[in-house]
Design a protein around this ligand. Structure first.
Ligand code: 3HC
Ligand code: NAI
Length: 695
């Protein structure tokens, strides 16, 4: 029974009970339709709808998207509720989102618990509110607020909803929802309140929709849904309510057919799928209350901040007291930022900074740590030395983690006598902000140590992805491949600025060379030096950027790299093209033109091919793991769903053909991934592998 029916005096109560989030799937829609009919047959003078469990309806059932729609459809259900001859009251709690909020807006009155969140997040799924939300919300809160809520998809708090007229009355957090809804209904009946259909409210005063369109398009950066959703809202200003609904439906159906919708919904489910690993079912994680961090530099300070914000006790070890003090200062700045952004209050801030954090130079201070995360320089000899010191003091059962970006975790583990306790916890910079965590599992890592990595990731609010050991794990390994493709194109005639523009047009917030400037050109420089001794003669590695580094130009932090930085503005560095041209001349490589389409194709083919190798070798368990890593850690445009979802949508045979063509020029770099060959031969997709992994 997804909707439980009850009659209390003159009031019928419909309690939605479809865990975990009361999604408005077919059964729920039937249940509500039947419940409304039964209430009227029963002679109820008012109807209260509320959600059992943790929330009011969190939206339409996303799993039904892309399948043939079944009656009763949500817009019709909303119209039925709104047409009720007796008042219908929505009693909201938890998250009233998407179709859930649309049902609430079709009700005549709304009461809401003080800690509820209300929103129309559809644009984040590549669609728009399709059950009257674009027509009813402006009538309740005005165009400006409706545009903001609908085009950003960001939910608002109960107080804001009350202040703007979206809800009529607030109940204290923790109140009994059924009782609060019933009391409100009785009060309305006593005062003779009539049904109050939202559609009867005249459309509010129009705003400058052209201006709004320009603003929304600028922020959307290629994403279709916010701009289309705005068009649906604008219809409310010019069309009758019913015509507005029809226009909303037309635009909704258009978006439903787009690859962007498929990409965004893939991203939604992939993010929730990554931490579901059969090998961890039933494996209990170890404690994660006390976290030790070695190194208080960029990453160490970020990791310590993330752990503090998750209310852990944190001990940071540095080389000397000056470095320890510098680390404490970095953490202090991060915590002050969290306070400024309202993530923590002053009291919590002070407690975290003064009571939860300690710094030391003696490793003995780590004796009580449950998890110790090393974030010292990226150098194998230094890491091994640090692990020897950790091992000497860590309590039995402590998890010993490294934040290395590239180094061999099995080699680090083998240098200790507790290899089963060792794993990689690869966070991304800034570690207290970026939500990705690669949990890197070594040959000897014990299952409960992996489970602890995932448990800590969850506590820190991260999306954790399992990765195997190889140079760069999932993300940095794939990054190296597409960066190499970009470097080759530069040596062959493209400019870094053209490549950045093409990739930014594709939807990346920054192209690869702007990213290199942000990360610091010194990182790539050090990596090139590290790999130089094992480099094969056929490998083409550009040297021009080393010239910039030799002169101390490391990108944003020194104000100069591929670009010159002046406050927040960037402009092309005039030294770069001559350096590239000189290198081409030295190598005897004539420059040729690349079209934007050719650049995109090569860049993406390199990314997909390496990603297929990563999956084929078992470094990533499933294609969706790669997608989540690139989406959460590398700025891959979410509306393309991740590189392997994008590849599926493009068609794997065409991509393989491209790779084979590129291989005619450079057979070393462009070796097709065996998995890609296999999928094309079988006529299968990466998504088929995702599905196989679930069964
Ligand atoms: N449909 C189907 N399944 C849903 C769902 C939905 N709308 N929302 C959540 N779920 C599932 C999740 O996939 C997850 O399943 P799993 O346990 O098998 O992995 C489970 O419910 C719990 O979800 P979360 O892990 O995300 O739980 P949280 O407590 O962290 O978050 C939430 C809860 C804030 C409600 C979050 O799930 C969320 O944001 N959901 C999506 C809300 C949304 O986008 N609604 C709009 C839908 S589109 C729509 O309504 C169209 C309409 O306009 C016609
Ligand atoms: P960093 O240079 O900012 O910080 C390293 C810190 O370690 C310094 O403060 C140094 O004093 C300290 N340190 C060095 N040896 C030590 C020792 N023996 N004992 C205690 N402290 C010691 O470097 P960063 O960028 O924080 O990188 C650290 C690690 O994180 C590296 O392995 C790096 O590859 C990895 N990483 C870096 C990312 C980044 O974007 N910077 C992203 C993800 C991982």
């Amino acid at each position: 029974m997804t909707v439980r029916y009850e009659k209390a005096g003159d009031v019928a109560l419909l309690a939605a009970d479809n865990p975990p989030v009361n999604a408005l799937g077919l059964d729920m829609r039937y249940g509500l339709q039947d419940g409304m009919a039964r209430a009227l047959e029963d002679g109820a003078r008012a109807v209260v709808i509320y959600g059992h469990g943790r929330t009011w309806f969190a939206g339409a059932d996303i799993r039904e998207f892309g399948k043939p729609p079944k009656d009763p459809m949500l817009p019709d259900l909303c119209n039925t509720i709104e047409a009720s001859p007796v008042p219908v009251i929505a009693a909201l709690h938890g998250t009233a989102l998407g179709g859930g909020l649309e049902v609430a807006m079709a009700c005549h009155y709304r009461i809401c618990l003080g800690d509820a969140k209300l929103g129309l997040p559809e644009v984040g799924l590549g669609i728009l509110p399709g059950a009257g939300g674009t027509q009813r919300l402006p009538r309740l809160v005005g165009f400006a607020k409706a545009i903001e809520m609908i085009t950003t998809g960001k939910p608002i708090g109960a107080q804001d909803a009350h202040d703007t007229g979206l809800v009529d009355t607030l109940a204290a957090p923790g109140s009994d929802l059924r009782a609060a809804g019933l009391a409100y209904a009785e009060m309305l009946l006593a005062s003779g309140a009539p049904p109050r259909p939202t559609r009867a409210i005249p459309a509010p005063e129009a705003v400058d929709f052209d201006y709004a369109q320009r603003q929304v398009a600028k922020k959307a950066r290629g994403q279709l849904s916010p701009v289309t959703a705005l068009a649906a809202v604008a219809a409310a200003a010019t069309l009758s309510f019913d015509d507005g609904l029809a226009e909303e439906r037309r635009l909704f159906n258009t978006l439903m057919e787009t690859d962007q919708r498929k990409g965004l919904i893939h991203a939604f489910f992939a993010e929730r799928q990554v931490s579901k690993l059969p090998e961890l079912a039933g494996v209990a994680p170890r404690e994660t209350d006390h976290i030790g961090v070695i190194g208080g530099g960029t990453m160490g300070a970020g990791i310590a901040t993330a752990a503090l914000l998750a209310r852990r006790h944190v001990t940071v070890i540095e080389r000397d007291s000056a470095a320890a003090e510098a680390g404490r200062k970095r953490i202090g700045t991060n915590l002050a930022g969290a306070l400024r952004r309202g993530k923590i209050d002053q009291q919590t801030h002070d407690a975290l900074r003064d009571d939860h954090l300690s710094t030391a130079t003696d490793y003995v201070a780590l004796a009580h740590s449950d998890v110790i995360i090393e974030a010292v320089f990226e150098d194998m000899a230094v890491k091994k030395q640090v692990f020897a010191q950790i091992e000497a003091v860590a309590k039995p059962g402590a998890v010993l983690a490294t934040n290395t970006s590239y180094l061999d975790i099995d080699e680090i583990a083998a240098s200790t006598s507790r290899a089963a306790d060792v794993l990689g916890l690869h966070l991304f910079s800034p570690a207290h902000v970026m939500r990705l965590l690669e949990v890197v599992v070594g040959d000897a890592t014990a299952p409960e140590v992996t489970a602890t990595g995932f448990a800590l990731g969850k506590a820190l609010g991260k999306v954790s992805v399992r990765a195997g050991v190889c140079d760069g794990f999932i993300g940095n390994r794939i990054l190296s491949a597409y960066r190499t493709a970009a470097d080759h194109m530069i040596l062959d005639g493209a400019s870094p600025y053209q490549i950045d523009r093409v990739m930014e047009d594709f939807g990346f917030a920054m192209g690869p060379f702007a990213v290199a400037d942000l990360a610091g050109l010194d990182i790539g420089w050090a990596n090139r030096k590290r790999l130089a001794p094992t480099r094969q003669p056929h490998e083409r590695v550009p040297a021009y950027v080393d010239r910039l580094c030799e002169e101390g130009h490391f990108g944003q932090k020194t104000g100069r790299g591929y670009y010159v930085y002046d406050d927040r503005n960037r402009s092309e560095n005039p030294d770069v093209i001559p350096l590239i041209e000189a290198e081409r001349a030295e190598r005897g490589t004539p420059a040729r033109d690349f079209t934007d389409a050719q650049i995109l194709r090569r860049y993406m083919a390199a990314m997909v091919n390496e990603a297929a190798k990563v999956v084929g070798e078992g470094i990533a368990r499933r294609p969706l793991d790669v997608d989540v890593v690139l989406l959460m850690g590398y700025g891959f445009p979410r509306y393309h769903g991740g590189p392997l979802k994008w590849a599926d949508l493009q068609g794997l045979p065409d991509l393989l053909r491209d790779i084979e063509t590129f291989a005619e020029e450079d057979p070393h770099f462009w070796q097709p991934a065996p998995l890609l060959n296999k999928l094309v031969a079988k006529g299968a997709s990466f998504d088929d592998l995702n599905k196989d992994a679930q069964t």
